[in-house]
Ligand binder design. Structure first.
Ligand code: F0G
Length: 471
């Protein structure tokens, strides 16, 4: 078993390692570039890692979204696509998998997570509403705002402190929620937007006790609890490891219990579900489901494909089953931890505790001499690429965008550079190379000067913004 403590058998050797519960059947060659080539590529990309060509990248840690390696069973499923416009067999497999592992009654397929966010926001939010959530996610909050809501962060304070070792930094602070609802009125709060794990906080989990309490508080007030289930499988592992009473429960059991305290969920299957594209929305309420079915045919596709091909739905149905296996989740999060622990040994500042899907470098402590307006996390992503061709992502002031009312930069406390680990893609040796490159940038940190933004798109600016180095 993966993370079991030392047993007598291994003690004379002093260590017992764990390894991935799979072996490699097909490989994709990687290109190694020269420093000169990387300097040219980064300048061409406006110092934004989203604008690099993937061919110019060596180890790609931009995101864990849609970048997983599928299993042989999933690839076999791709050959069983029933590409009928309506009523594809693969849709019913997907529906059954979601009902079995997440427990919701009604399923609406979508092309990916933000498709589902769009539909649920339109269905439930009226202009002037307020949506509380455990920190924001970029696309989630934007869809809520575009539907007319004001978003309120009600996560525990510890989530904004990269050094706090709170075991459940994704938890909702019920006192903050209570204050908000007292101020605006429960009828103006269509739902609480609960994410497990919390991406922008560093992949931090929500405890079972917290979702149970949240449910008990919301139900009598007529406020729904809706779950962003994108990385909920990883959240379940943290509950198993850290929360009393769950050590003997499987990931699948924990997932089902957690979802039972919520009214529905949206999902970017490109993460937990080990597929390259796909997503869904699932609810228990029949009326809400009817409204979502009205909307899905306008924006995504018919209610039995929602923007996915039949083959994609088959690979997704199989991926859901593989995603909840305990050995898979342990090795997935274990690899993230392996990288994080190497960095901790070298005293490189990262968000702690180490989260589920990524290591988040704390750019404020990495570059204490750079003001937030010089985009320290964006600068660090650029320096890492220049050093070794490793691609990471900014999660700080650029990602936070501007306040829709004042037009000023939002200035998040967390100014982070994310090293996101795709599932089943890279080896431990790749993680060593990544750690050593981060160390090289850390040793050269005093020379970093920051960036200036020279092009700023209106929505989700981090994707396409352009920068220039400060001379
Ligand atoms: N919710 C969370 C928590 C996410 O991390 C994402 C995407 C979405 C919703 C939207 O899903 O991309 O399928 O439309 N996160 C990616 C990332 C892009 O890199 O973290 P999507």
């Amino acid at each position: 078993m993966a993370h079991e403590p030392l047993h007598t058998m291994g003690q004379q050797h002093g260590r017992r390692s764990w390894a991935e519960p799979w072996k490699i059947k097909m490989v994709e060659p990687l290109a190694v570039t020269t420093r000169g080539q990387r300097e040219a590529a980064l300048a061409e990309a406006g110092y934004n890692t989203f604008l690099l060509h993937s061919e110019d990248v060596y180890i790609d840690l931009l995101t864990d979204s849609g970048t997983s390696a599928m299993s042989d069973r999933q690839w076999a499923g791709m050959m069983l696509g029933d590409e009928a416009y309506a009523g594809s067999r693969n849709f019913y497999h997907l529906e059954a998998a979601v009902q079995r592992f997440y427990g919701y009654r009604h399923l609406v397929p979508t092309h990916q997570g933000r498709g589902a966010e769009h539909l649920i926001s339109r269905a439930l939010i009226r202009p002037g509403d307020h949506v509380p959530g455990n920190m924001y996610f970029t696309t989630t909050r934007l869809h809520q705002e575009l539907a007319g809501a004001t978003f309120h962060d009600v996560i525990v304070d510890e989530a904004h402190d990269p050094e706090s070792l709170h075991p459940f930094k994704g938890n909702v602070d019920l006192a903050k929620l209570e204050r908000l609802v007292a101020e605006v009125g429960a009828e103006k709060v269509p739902y609480v937007s609960l994410a497990g794990t919390v991406n922008m906080a560093g992949g931090q989990p929500v405890s079972m006790a917290n979702v149970r309490e949240l449910r008990a508080w919301c139900e009598p007030r007529g406020i729904r609890v809706l779950l962003d289930a994108t990385r909920m499988v990883e959240n379940a592992l943290f509950i198993q490891e850290r929360e009393e009473g769950y050590a003997g429960r499987t990931i699948a059991e924990i997932l089902l219990e957690f979802c039972s305290y919520t009214d529905g969920a949206w999902m970017s299957s490109k993460k937990d579900h080990l597929v390259n594209i796909g997503g869904w929305l699932a609810v228990n309420d029949r009326e809400v489901f009817e409204e979502l079915r009205n909307l899905v045919v306008v924006y995504e596709g018919l209610h039995t494909y929602g923007g996915m091909a039949g083959r994609d739905m088959e690979a997704l149905a199989i991926g859901i089953e593989e995603a909840v296996r305990d050995d898979h989740v342990r090795s997935r999060v274990g690899q993230v931890r392996y990288l994080g622990e190497l960095l901790e040994e070298w005293s490189i500042p990262i968000v702690r505790p180490i989260g589920g899907h990524a290591i988040f470098l704390d750019a404020r402590r990495f570059y204490p001499h750079l003001a937030q307006d010089l985009f320290p996390a964006q600068t660090l992503a650029a320096e890492l690429y220049l050093d070794s061709g490793i691609r990471s992502m900014e999660r700080g002031i650029v990602s936070a965008g501007r306040d829709p009312v004042t037009g000023d930069h939002k200035r998040p406390k967390l100014e982070l550079t994310r090293l996101t680990i795709p599932r089943r893609v890279y080896t431990q040796a790749h993680m060593d190379v990544v750690a050593e490159s981060v160390k090289a940038c850390f040793d050269a940190r005093a020379a970093a000067k920051g960036l200036r933004m020279v092009h700023e798109p209106k929505y989700l600016r981090f994707f396409q913004a352009r920068f220039e180095p400060i001379a």
